[in-house]
Design a protein around this ligand. Structure first.
Ligand code: CP
Length: 315
């Protein structure tokens, strides 16, 4: 992998980088609690800036930084001068004089890019309106441990079939397009025509020299056929609350339930959480043995530690 400066999109890793990060993440998982884990952030301070709510991302990053020997600092957006008009460019330049890296959850992806361009410290995308790379990295780790073994976590994913249900215009669907292209997973996106992927994602594939291994259908009973895994996300993402009534109506035919799971090849069920059980997924599927949602949540910690270790070593 070329030197990783920031982690804003999964394609920043490239295929070789993704392979080694997944193996490092599994090593973090295996060594956790043994006292043999790496301390790659020893002496470093990393900040977390959240413009949106979070449970998993904030806690897993804080714990991960601590376990790597670093100090995590939560920046309270409401008390920052950015809230009173200081530019992202100046903020990035100032913070780069104090801290070793920053993890940002925000609305506009451009905020992350401006911060990364103006500052001199690594920036990690903890979710933007466009992409959620930490989540899809954790998802690939979860699939890798289910279908592969250490040493072959990424290789085991080639040719696996994943079907993503619901809002295919959301950050998770876009992140999955990049994840599938890098891993060789055959991805089917399934939802209403008007909620298909946005054209910008093709630019990411083109810039990374990746061909697309995904297609889109509006037929919920077709998408699940012989799938190894079914994925869904909430129907009303953060920032889309004003469209709630229209979204609940449009996505209702795309609920992941026993009928969808019955079409799979003993498929597993994934969800990035938080879930609205009874909306995008039935309670029976969410609580079934096929559901690996809490493995996914745990794997956020291990996957992010692997990314932080690489970025921390750049200092
Ligand atoms: N999946 C995810 O990003 O969870 P949080 O919103 O709780 O961080």
């Amino acid at each position: 992998m070329d030197k990783l400066r920031n982690f804003l999109a999964l394609t920043d890793l490239g295929r070789d980088g993704l392979e080694s990060v997944l193996e490092d993440a599994m090593a973090c998982k295996v060594s956790r609690g043994t006292g043999r884990g790496s301390k790659d952030l020893d002496g470093q301070t990393w900040a977390l800036l959240f413009h949106k709510s979070s449970t998993r991302t904030r806690v897993s990053f804080e714990v991960g930084i601590h376990e790597l020997g670093g100090h995590a600092m939560i920046l309270d957006q409401g008390r920052m001068q950015t809230g009173r008009g200081e530019s992202v460019e100046d903020t990035a330049k100032v913070l780069s004089r104090y801290i070793h890296g920053i993890i940002i959850r925000t609305y506009e992806h451009g905020f992350l890019e401006s911060f990364a361009e103006s500052g001199s410290i690594p920036v990690v995308n903890a979710l933007s309106d466009a992409l959620h790379p930490c989540q899809v990295l954790s998802d690939l780790l979860t699939l890798g441990e289910r279908f592969g073994r250490p040493g072959n976590l990424l290789g085991a994913l080639k040719g696996k079939k994943v079907a993503f249900y619901g809002d295919c215009s959301c950050n998770m669907a876009h992140s999955w397009i990049l994840g599938a292209a890098l891993s060789g997973i055959e991805l089917t996106l399934c939802g209403p025509e008007e909620y298909g992927p946005k054209p910008f994602i093709q630019d990411y594939l083109d810039r990374a020299g990746l061909g697309g291994t995904w297609h889109f259908t509006s037929d919920p009973l077709l998408a699940c056929q012989k799938a190894d895994a079914i994925y869904t996300d909430v129907w009303v993402s953060m920032g889309s609350e004003a469209e709630e009534a229209a979204r609940l109506k449009a996505f209702r035919p795309y609920q992941v339930n026993e009928r969808i799971m019955a079409g799979t090849k003993d498929g597993i069920f994934l969800h990035c959480l938080p879930a609205h059980v009874g909306e995008e997924v039935s309670e029976a599927v969410f609580k079934s043995p096929a559901s690996v949602v809490f493995d996914q949540a745990e794997n956020r910690l291990h996957a992010q530690k692997a990314i932080l270790s690489i970025l921390g070593k750049s200092h």
